[in-house]
Design a protein around this ligand. Structure first.
Ligand SMILES: Cc1cc2nc3c(=O)[nH]c(=O)nc-3n(C[C@H](O)[C@H](O)[C@H](O)COP(=O)(O)OP(=O)(O)OC[C@H]3O[C@@H](n4cnc5c(N)ncnc54)[C@H](O)[C@@H]3O)c2cc1C
Length: 420
């Protein structure tokens, strides 16, 4: 624990952003007796918390900058069909992000970042259990089968090696290796092209959009207000009060403010000393009908495609496109996911796909989130979780609520200092 000298527990907090991270923070603040108002420029789950893959996989929540990203090389990342895409650009912010990201994509930095993530990953599922115990109606589903599937045995080696490093960082992850035939016995939806697999244990999944709406319902039921269509253009620290200025000229006043605006976090946080760039890593998803809906998530690591059963359909998600968060959906990216996944699934109708969606993962150059205080005693940030904001949202909210109400930063948050 790090002691903070002058501390007054806030009675009222404004949270900006009604995604998983903002709403979980609001909920755990309420748990500690704080009154909350959540404001969102659009509404609940309007950002990346909607169409994502919904995996609650602390066992796989690893830092995004990794040596394999560098192995793709420049030519690969400039191709629109590549799973990691950086458009040719002169945008100095994006270039700065890309340079920082490349600098962190070494084995040594990955290990350091992994060690920083392991303690919060260890709290991830308990965070969901605390929400359930407190009355959030959203169901988390234990993944009876969670398969990472490959064409060849050789491809499997990359994840097996990563699992060794994940375990070395102190994170638990149980698994078994399967042949292609064994994998098809578990999940008949896998095609004959699958030649090997890894079955992971102890992970869960959700329908993220539905879950985040149920979390919002619980925040409201506990007396919180959620304001839709309330875009924040600035925050002012007026000494005793944090003032949130809305686009229409209206203001929200509170004792403290939490910025949880996903890929747009930097816009509001920069004036409070947060210099780490939060870049939109845009991902795409759609859903398809198929004959045997898998019992749990299916991951095709070589193609970087993530599939999750949601209702009677399969959500198929993928791509990492470093672009502006409000750029339009690029149909080439959807087609690239279709072409990558089609040969790997059996009796799946990709032409009947619906719900095409693009969302922005809030990515940082070092692969670590930003959770904690800023230069202002009244302004906090919660975000930058990249690929893992659903998994880590509740644990983030729990730890940040502790920091805000006690003035002491839990040890798990030390590596995520927003002023680093
Ligand atoms: C294809 C894909 C698959 C993914 N799969 C997974 C997965 O399986 N598991 C996992 O853990 N994570 C996954 N992720 C990542 C996860 O979706 C994100 O990390 C997470 O949703 C981030 O949540 P957030 O609350 O920080 O941001 P968001 O959900 O983006 O919420 C931010 C909110 O802030 C609002 N906002 C922004 N600016 C303002 C402003 N100025 N004023 C008011 N409101 C504002 C927005 O409208 C938005 O509602 C995936 C992401 C993608 C794209």
């Amino acid at each position: 624990m790090v002691a903070v000298d002058t501390h007054r527990t806030p009675e009222r907090v404004t949270v900006i952003g009604a995604g998983m991270v903002g709403l979980a923070t609001a909920w755990f603040l309420q748990e500690r007796g704080v009154a909350v108002t959540v404001v969102d420029r659009e509404g609940v789950a309007a950002g990346s918390s909607w169409g994502n893959a919904g995996w609650l996989t602390p066992g796989l929540a690893t830092p995004l900058p990794e040596p394999a990203v560098l192995r793709y090389g420049l030519r690969a990342v400039l191709s629109p069909s590549s799973p990691v895409y950086v458009p040719p650009t002169a945008d100095p912010r994006l270039l700065r992000f890309a340079a920082g990201f490349a600098r962190h994509s070494t084995a040594a930095r990955w290990k350091r970042a992994m060690a920083a993530l392991a303690p919060i990953n260890g709290k991830a599922l308990a965070g969901f259990d605390a929400l359930a115990d407190g009355g959030v109606a959203g169901e988390t589903v234990e993944a009876k089968s969670f398969l990472a599937a490959y064409r060849t045995e050789a491809e499997r080696g990359v994840l097996l090696e990563e699992i060794e490093h994940i375990r070395a960082a102190g994170q638990d992850l149980e698994f078994e290796v399967l042949t292609g035939a064994e994998a098809r016995e578990v999940e008949p939806s896998l095609s004959g092209a699958i030649g090997s697999a890894i079955r992971l244990h102890g992970q869960r999944f959700i329908d993220p959009g539905t879950y985040v709406h149920l979390l919002a319902d619980s925040v409201r039921a506990r007396g919180g207000e959620i304001r839709d269509g309330a875009a924040v253009r600035a925050i002012r620290d007026e000494g005793a009060t944090g003032v949130v200025e809305l686009a229409g000229g209206d203001v929200e006043r509170a004792d403290a403010v939490v910025i949880a605006t996903g890929a747009r976090l930097g816009d509001l946080a920069r004036p409070f000393g947060v210099r780490t760039i939060v870049q939109a890593g845009r991902g795409y998803s759609f859903s398809i009908p198929l004959e045997h809906v898998p019992a749990g998530p299916v991951y095709f690591p070589s193609q970087r495609v993530a599939c999750t059963p949601i209702g009677d359909r399969l959500r198929v998600a993928g791509m990492m496109e470093f672009r502006a968060p409000d750029a339009p959906l690029d149909p080439r990216r959807v087609r690239a996911i279709v072409e990558a996944a089609r040969p790997l699934l059996r009796d799946a109708d990709f032409d009947a796909r619906t719900d095409e969606w693009v969302g922005s993962r809030p990515c940082t150059p070092d692969g670590l989130p930003l959770i904690g205080a800023t230069r202002s005693q009244r302004v906090f940030v919660a975000g930058g979780h990249g690929m893992w904001g659903i998994t880590l949202g509740p644990a983030t909210g729990q730890l940040l609520a502790e920091r805000i109400t006690t003035g002491r930063a839990p040890a798990e948050l030390a590596p995520f200092d927003p002023l680093r």
